[in-house]
Design a binder for this molecule. Structure first.
Ligand SMILES: [Zn+2]
Ligand SMILES: [Zn+2]
Length: 248
């Protein structure tokens, strides 16, 4: 399994971090988890052809996670790739239909199947890749995903406060990609900070954690976050950056 962090930022622009997107490769199959603004260009920069991506999993429908979805569909259409599947939380079907109504030329050309998924659901995403979802705690419905392939487990949190539901998915995972929007001791709900996250990591059996979805407020506080978490967490912890690749 190969993971490429395409975008590790948020809705506020900042240097070197575009909005949210993680590419996971399961053998020949490529799946994009979230597709915020800037991700289409990062796909190009990663060396992957956008036409190889026909499966997208959306954690939730905030703009910084979906802004490039239509752009990717259009780029694929222009290159004769018409079919795709989008997984997402409740509301994804209506969201896409309304966008397609605004762009009727897209509606006529592309063939997108939407599959809304709910917490607790388990499904085969691509050959041999099993996904289980759980609800995050966010300002809109947001899903975390446990992805199992070839004996390895990766969990992607989406946007959420650290919470039991998603951390139960992450128990003993090989890799956890968890949002860490704000720095230590930043008063926050609906997102994570290092002090909110650390108690969930202690004793979790997770091997490696990558922190992503960093607000500009985190700039200059990255090392502090890592040191704080390492004091009590026995696994590896890293700050993700755009175009960083991880092999499992
Ligand atoms: Zn969000
Ligand atoms: Zn977000």
């Amino acid at each position: 399994m190969k993971i490429t962090f395409l975008g590790t930022g948020v809705a506020i622009p900042q240097k070197d971090r575009v909005q949210s997107g993680v590419l996971m490769e399961f053998g020949e199959n490529k799946v994009l988890f979230d597709c915020g603004g800037g991700i289409l260009n990062r796909i190009f920069e990663s060396g992957v052809l956008h036409t190889e991506i026909d499966t997208i999993v959306l954690s939730h429908l905030h703009l910084d996670h979906v802004a490039d979805v239509m752009c990717l569909l259009k780029a694929n259409w222009l290159c004769d790739k018409l079919d795709s599947v989008i997984y997402g939380p409740v509301g994804t079907q209506e969201w896409l239909e309304r966008l397609m109504d605004i762009y009727p030329y897209m509606k006529e050309k592309v063939n997108v199947e939407v599959r809304e998924v709910a917490a607790g659901e388990v499904f085969e995403l691509t050959d041999g890749c099993i996904v289980q979802c759980a609800d995050g705690i966010h300002s809109v419905p947001s899903l975390g995903c446990r992805v199992q392939y070839d004996g390895k487990v990766v969990v992607y949190s989406g946007d959420t406060e650290p919470c039991d539901c998603i951390m139960e998915l992450a128990q003993d995972a090989d890799l956890l990609i968890h949002e860490c929007s704000f720095p230590l001791d930043f008063p926050m709900t609906n997102h994570a900070t290092p002090d909110m996250l650390r108690p969930y990591l202690e004793g979790s059996g997770i091997s490696r954690v990558y922190l992503t979805h960093l607000y500009p407020h985190m700039q200059g506080h990255e090392e502090e976050a890592l040191e704080y978490i390492k004091e009590k967490f026995e696994g590896e912890v890293h700050i993700a950056s755009d175009l960083m690749e991880v092999e499992l």
